[in-house]
Design a protein around this ligand. Structure first.
Ligand SMILES: Nc1nc2c(ncn2[C@@H]2O[C@H](COP(=O)(O)OP(=O)(O)OP(=O)(O)O)[C@@H](O)[C@H]2O)c(=O)[nH]1
Ligand SMILES: [Mg+2]
Length: 220
């Protein structure tokens, strides 16, 4: 009888091993790593730029930008504000993996960085399965995407540490039931903190900054 070969499981195990090595490297260098998961256009790069603006007087933030195409649009925005960034082209794949993040880490000045932010590929499904070695997973949802996303894409909301609800400035123009959205997140993940904010106006960004500063102090 032919034996079944659990290929997918092995790929994920190999990825997890390398993710653990990435995390060990970050720990050795005293860097806190954040993995940012979200759909395309939700505001991942905008949140990273706002975060840099809020924290640039206190620390150096390194950024790994994941994209499916060979463009440097997002990484260029980060380097334009003076922070080190690496663009990773996944070659069409819908998520970053631990190998790509390991390669990215080798291209960053790790001795100068206190916070690493990884902008994963814009996708609400695949990135949830691949550990990268970062300490925290953050999801960014945004008001124009609709209030039903936690119900329709539950896997991405499970196991996250914090949730940013971006584009709050658009709330008056869009049918978005904040309580319904929050209830959907809480059912899947009661411990996730939710930060409604607007990268455009800056509203709500202080609470997000304070959450990050606390994590930077305690690393947990
Ligand atoms: N009104 C409003 N627009 C925003 C806000 N944040 C981001 N945007 C806009 O949303 C669009 C997408 O923002 P990005 O930060 O590039 O989103 P992203 O998730 O990094 O996009 P990809 O990397 O392409 O997946 C841009 O036009 C931003 O100007 C916000 O708080 N309010
Ligand atoms: Mg982006």
């Amino acid at each position: 009888m032919k034996q079944r070969i659990p290929v997918v499981e092995n790929i994920l195990n190999a990825n997890d091993d390398l993710a653990a090595r990435n995390q060990a490297l970050l720990d050795k260098k005293g860097i806190l790593g954040i993995n940012v998961l979200a759909s395309p256009g939700s505001g991942k790069t905008s949140v990273i730029l706002r975060t840099i603006e809020l924290l640039q007087d206190r620390l150096t933030i390194g950024v790994i930008e994941g994209d499916t195409a060979a463009v440097t649009i997002d990484a260029d925005k980060i380097t334009a504000v003076g922070m080190p960034a690496v663009q990773i082209n996944t070659g069409g794949n819908c998520h970053l993996d631990a190998v790509q993040v390991a390669n990215g880490l080798h291209q960053l000045p790790l001795d100068e960085i206190e916070l690493l932010i990884v902008e994963n590929v814009g996708n609400l499904i695949c990135p949830a399965s691949f550990k990268l070695g970062t300490h925290f997973n953050i999801v960014i949802a945004s008001v124009p995407e609709g209030d039903d996303k936690p119900y329709k894409y539950p896997n991405i909301y499970r196991g996250i540490d914090a949730l940013i609800l971006n584009k709050m400035d658009l709330l008056p123009y869009i049918d978005f039931d904040l309580d319904y959205f929050k209830a959907g997140v809480e059912v899947l993940n009661p411990r996730a903190q939710i930060f409604p904010l607007s990268c455009k106006t800056g509203e709500g960004t202080e609470a997000w900054k304070n959450w990050l500063l606390t994590r930077l102090k305690t690393k947990k």
